[in-house]
Design a protein around this ligand. Structure first.
Ligand SMILES: Nc1ncnc2c1ncn2[C@@H]1O[C@H](COP(=O)(O)OP(=O)(O)OP(=O)(O)O)[C@@H](O)[C@H]1O
Ligand SMILES: [Mg+2]
Length: 285
């Protein structure tokens, strides 16, 4: 039997949790969808299903954070929240069980032998996706790649370091201007090489949208690594080429003297690029 003190603590935590979820429910009205199966009036919260709520609650009781205080970003695959703890905070990334881009996510999971036995259900898949983001973050941390430090992961939720200062998130590279674009380009392609050769991964969605930049320190961070694949994934070369092409496009537009794609690809991998892949990329863009 829990004693009264335990019960009180539970009650306080429960109330705290309910309040933060209520606040978020109000905030995430636009994330709600109409349930077409129903009479068209029922609203379904697409992020906080009951299981997600329970896990968030258990994370609070485990002491990972005190409450969820605000949405940093609401996207098609995941919502990202800020959760204060002590004098700082962490990021709570919740993958949507009903992600509309679910089908587009499949090619990044299939062919990754770490996830050979992923359940075919939607929930099972999204759960594995969250685990994949967590594992990829761990690999980056082990090899000193600038990225948020992973803290904990359970079901469709990943906890990680908050990248920001004074409660404000570092901007995406897309929304800011690097101090010295040429130097940043060089550091980023070195990082892609480290991700490939040391962490043995390909990010697979690398662009100015998934790089945060701290202007004051001239420091970048790679984020959003859920779709990252192992370097022996059947489509790893294609994904890597696309990542490098995105960097070349972004920095080329800033007037940086970029290294042409076949050359930078060979420098990263040690292998010459497959002409058919190069052609299909040029044809696409
Ligand atoms: N660790 C972090 N610290 C601070 N802000 C973060 C962190 N991780 C993500 N963010 C913020 O949340 C935004 C979305 O995160 P992320 O790119 O990981 O999700 P996403 O999968 O792209 O979501 P979607 O594609 O559905 O929009 C980022 O652009 C960034 O502003
Ligand atoms: Mg992103």
């Amino acid at each position: 039997m829990p004693d009264k003190e335990d019960f009180d603590t539970d009650e306080i935590l429960k109330r705290k949790y309910d309040r933060s979820v209520e606040r978020l429910d109000r905030k995430s009205d636009r994330d709600r969808i109409r349930d077409k199966e129903d009479d068209g009036l029922k609203l379904v919260d697409t992020v906080f299903d009951n299981k997600t709520r329970l896990i968030l609650f258990s994370m609070i009781t485990k002491g990972f954070f005190d409450e969820i205080s605000g949405a940093i970003s609401t996207g098609k695959e995941a919502n990202v929240y800020y959760a204060p703890i002590k004098d700082t905070g962490i990021v709570v990334k919740i993958f949507r069980i009903d992600a509309p881009s679910f089908r587009n996510m499949r090619p990044y999971m299939e062919g990754d032998h770490r996830f050979r036995s992923v359940k075919s259900s939607r929930a099972g898949f999204i759960e594995a996706w969250a685990k994949k983001e967590f594992k990829n973050l761990k690999r980056l941390e082990e090899h000193g790649i600038p990225a948020p430090k992973p803290i904990y992961s359970e079901r469709n939720i990943v906890l990680m370091e908050f990248l920001g200062a004074d409660d404000a998130v570092f901007p995406r590279l897309k929304d800011t201007k690097p101090v010295n674009p040429g130097n940043l380009y060089e550091r980023l392609i070195r990082t892609v090489k480290d991700i490939y050769r040391k962490a043995m991964l390909v990010h697979a969605d690398l662009s100015e949208f998934n790089i945060l930049y701290h202007e004051k320190e001239d420091q970048f961070y790679i984020i959003d690594v859920g779709q990252g694949v192992l370097w022996d994934h059947p489509r790893a070369q294609e994904f890597l080429l696309r990542d490098l092409n995105n960097l070349n496009r972004y920095f080329g537009n800033l007037g940086v003297n970029i290294i042409e794609l076949p050359k930078v690809y060979k420098w990263v991998t040690g292998d010459p690029v497959n002409d058919a892949l190069l052609y299909s990329l040029e044809f696409d863009s």
